[in-house]
Ligand binder design. Sequence first.
Ligand code: PEP
Length: 248
Amino acid sequence: MRRTMVAGNWKMHGSLQANRELLDALVAAPRPACELAVCVPFPYLAQAQALLDGSGIALGAQDCSMHEQGAYTGEVAAGMLREFGCGHVIVGHSERRGLHGENDAVVAAKAQRALACGLTPIVCVGETLEQREQAQTEAVVGLQLDAVLHLLGAQAEGIVLAYEPVWAIGTGRSASAAQAQQVHAFLRERARHHKIDADALPMLYGGSVKPDNARELFAQPDIDGGLIGGASLKAADFLAIAAAAGSH
Ligand code: PEP
């Protein structure tokens, strides 16, 4: 039985008041039958840590440095995230890859640093629309995954993988359940070739997941939950998505 998980990526959204309202609503709701995590902006880690204390909802961040510590102005070390109670950190989100020039090697190094600090890296892979239209999806996500698996070896069994087609993120245009399943199955097979226990590897789908499409996506055999952007900012939507994941 693989772990089922729904993680919220708040991106650069939030305020002390809005966070409190959102987290209070999540904490007050009955726990879904899946792991639940929220990945908040760095300045709100302490607030979220306090509000989530004892709730069973995991705390995460959206990025970490590939370095342990040092002269890296503006960066945040995985060890610092750990000190604020983080259990997870997203690495290689397409917005980091695209807007901040993070390549596969950097993403792999970040995943390695996260694991070294006791964090579960949620490693994102995904193709652009242009790459999909040129039938390069498997080549692109395969190489993105290879970089992580090569560096981590057997340690890669400690990651969570997230397939997030770039064209589906924040666009309202989700991959169809069949499209997502096809890529998830490909990624699991790829992981199997690296001799890790691919059947146990949690794989999340991300990209315009909403309450009305979550159930069909999560019903796919290789989709173990979701990484949720926009809909994670609304408690009712996020909880409905978590309930959909928990029902499989
Ligand atoms: C994301 O930011 O990881 C994401 C999947 O965003 P959205 O759900 O808004 O498409």
